[in-house]
Design a protein around this ligand. Structure first.
Ligand code: FE2
Length: 668
């Protein structure tokens, strides 16, 4: 049984800044384009750049900048803190990050370049431009970093699919308006995450020009996702460069990486406390030339990344284009039904928190899905607080962010209410069994995800009304607009389509190791009393006369029940692992506790207090007795608690740390 602890924000300690560290223990289930004219140095050497994109990097201290250029020359990203620019001029100390790239395919023309910008500092405004001293620099753009720890928001956008209405300019207008609305309402959002289908026709650069026109794509990192409309050419790969990208054949449609005519690859990154894994879902179950099948390859990829990196983050979010729990034209697609069998059990076992999808141009939010079935039969439609236990996963499908195309909600059939089935929800038969919320009003949407200490808040907002720009409606591609199939008045911009708070599940039953011996009649057992929430030690503090940080809190109470006739002895003990925040760590020995019996019963006697190891000793890094009862004790139930006392060196780096408390029960 295990129970995570969390610590927060540690600033350089001593005496100057109020230092902080939040610690939390939690008990698990158990116990405890813009086309830019360059400014050439020499007109004859002028090089033009276009389509600059600020992309997400491998972590919050990186960005990857990608662009098109008219010349096959050595180019760089030039970067400096905005505070160091004088009258718009970059200082001599500005950093150059060399770019690499290649010639574009013929239909694109020109060349592509990308460079990884690294070593960014937190809470800093930066300016950058691309090009070279010889060929000239692009216009300058700006972005800001925020604190590298703690809560943050990101925005998710479905299928802009510029060109799909039949009018790329109208589609571009809707896309630009959604970005304006979304970033104006959320000026501190730190990522723009794609649900795929940036454009309608993979290699049509006039569509890419519309897609890339908004300057937000040069100001807030774009986390690209490849859709079925992007995959059929190289333009997607030319426009975006993603971190940690595996370009093995298995992650290309049909396993065709070698042919070089399509874009693809799976990638991952960690942004603050979130591990994002982004899949090329165009690699399907059965069309993979390497024989393993695309789904099997994706499952192997997700498993490998999570096993290696999940411990560095607090949340795991998957992103891919082809929604498996949608509600419109694609809900019954063959690949969708197969994936609804292939994917969910793995995602449940691996502790995925949230899956973000596109493709069906309709908004849906699933119930808690565990191993391919509705996890909690009592979960109500539209329930806006969910507590997925270990293995519970929420799947969201985004509607169109541009207004270029909408698909209408379709009707469930009699194919069942688990796995591949598309049967009705018993609680709301108009909906598919897997969906808590389905919404189609033919208006533009975007989704905001607030990543918080112990919960994800997922809110989907209307970014448009029935008025222009809304290309599918303007062009008559869809015949109605507004709630209730157009019978009700359109809701305003910024109004909420759906809001759900996903409370973090801590631990997964696999970590629970409770030894319950042969028993005489009656039972001995223990559980966490109440919800297994994060045990938050708050913000660690220090004062001018001390050289350490301190934080206090209490474990979630543990209920012990012993109704055996044998009146055999029992004990509950616990130890804590190292506290971690990414690659930063400090020993669990710095945690001490004072056990207590909150409610007497079952002969419980509290264990001895254990001091933090800061002043010596092992603290809770070795197993310590929480409570025990001797042979012949009374039957009944006890509630056990413990006050926690964390004391760590002032040299500990700033961070949001979490550790796992492992709880063991013994009885004979
Ligand atoms: Fe699409």
């Amino acid at each position: 049984m295990s129970s995570p602890f969390l610590s927060d924000a540690l600033v350089r300690p001593r005496r100057r800044v109020a230092a902080v560290l939040t610690c939390a223990a939690l008990a698990t289930s158990v116990a405890l384009g813009g086309l830019v004219a360059a400014a050439p140095a020499h007109a004859a050497d002028a090089v033009t750049s276009s389509g600059i994109v600020l992309g997400v990097g491998a972590d919050e201290s990186q960005r990857i900048v990608t662009w098109y250029t008219s010349a096959d020359t050595a180019q760089s990203v030039q970067l400096a803190p905005t505070s160091q620019l004088v009258n718009g001029e970059f200082p001599a100390s500005a950093t150059l990050f060399s770019a690499t790239g290649a010639a574009n395919i013929a239909t694109s023309g020109g060349f592509n370049r990308h460079a990884t910008v690294s070593g960014l500092k937190e809470n800093t405004a930066y300016s950058y431009r691309v090009g070279s001293a010889d060929g000239g620099w692009s216009k300058a753009y700006a972005f800001k970093t925020q604190t590298f720890d703690g809560d943050y928001d990101f925005l998710f956008f479905g299928d802009p699919q510029i060109g799909s209405s039949g009018d790329a300019v109208k589609d571009g207008a809707g896309w630009a308006d959604t970005l304006n609305v979304a970033t104006a309402a959320n000026p501190n959002a730190e990522l723009l995450v794609s649900g795929g289908d940036q454009v309608e026709t993979a290699n049509t650069e006039s569509q890419w020009d519309q897609f890339l026109a908004p300057d937000q794509l040069r100001q807030v990192p774009w986390a690209a996702t490849i859709g079925n409309h992007d995959v059929g050419g190289k333009a997607y790969d030319q426009h975006f460069s993603t971190p940690n990208t595996d370009r093995s054949a298995a992650y290309y449609k049909g396993g065709t990486a070698g042919t070089g005519t399509e874009s693809g690859g799976d990638y991952w990154y960690i942004y603050k406390d979130t591990l994002f894994i982004d899949l090329n879902s165009n690699s399907y179950v059965s069309n993979n030339a390497n024989g393993s099948g695309g789904d099997a390859a994706h499952i192997a990829y997700v498993t490998d990344v999570i096993q290696k990196h999940q411990a560095e983050a607090k949340y795991t979010v998957l992103v891919y284009h082809h929604s498996i729990y949608s509600a419109a034209d694609h809900a019954k697609d063959a690949d969708n039904k197969i994936r609804r069998v292939d994917f969910p059990t793995t995602f449940s076992k691996l502790g995925v928190d949230l899956v973000l999808q596109g493709h069906d141009h309709v908004y849906t939010r699933s119930y808690e899905i565990k191993n391919g079935i509705k996890a909690n039969p009592a979960e109500q439609p539209n329930q806006n607080e969910v507590f997925p236990g270990p293995g519970g996963v929420i799947y969201v499908t985004a509607n169109s962010a541009s207004g270029s195309k909408y698909y209408d909600i379709t009707t469930p059939d009699n194919s069942g209410t688990s796995g591949a089935g598309n049967g009705p929800d018993a609680l709301n038969p108009k909906n598919y069994w897997y969906n808590s919320v389905q919404n189609q009003e033919h208006v533009r949407n975007y989704t905001k995800v607030s990543v918080q200490k112990d919960q994800l808040v997922v809110q989907t907002m209307r970014s448009g009304t029935c008025d222009a720009p809304n290309a599918a409606v303007e062009r008559g591609n869809v015949k109605w607009c507004g709630p209730d199939n157009g019978a009700s008045a359109a809701q305003g911009v910024g109004s909420i389509v759906d809001s759900v708070t996903i409370h973090k599940a801590h631990g997964n039953g696999q970590d629970i190791q409770v030894t319950v011996p042969d028993a005489a009649p009656g039972e001995f057992g223990w559980t966490i009393d109440g919800r297994n929430g994060l045990v938050d030690l708050g913000t660690a503090s220090t004062d001018v006369n001390s050289d350490f940080f301190a934080a206090k809190g209490a474990i979630n109470p543990i209920a012990v029940n012993d109704s055996r006739r044998a009146l055999s002895p029992w004990s509950i003990s616990a130890s804590v692992g190292d506290f971690r925040d990414g690659t930063k760590t400090f020993s669990g020995k710095y945690l001490g506790w004072t056990p207590k019996v909150v409610q007497a019963g079952a002969g419980a006697v509290a264990g001895a207090p254990i001091k933090s190891g800061y002043d010596g000793g092992d603290g809770l890094s070795v197993a310590r007795n929480l409570a025990a009862a001797a042979q012949g004790h009374e039957r009944g139930t006890a509630k056990l608690g413990a006050d926690l006392d964390l004391k760590i060196p002032g040299s500990t780096g700033k961070g949001s740390y979490r550790a796992t408390l492992t709880i063991t029960a013994l009885s004979s």
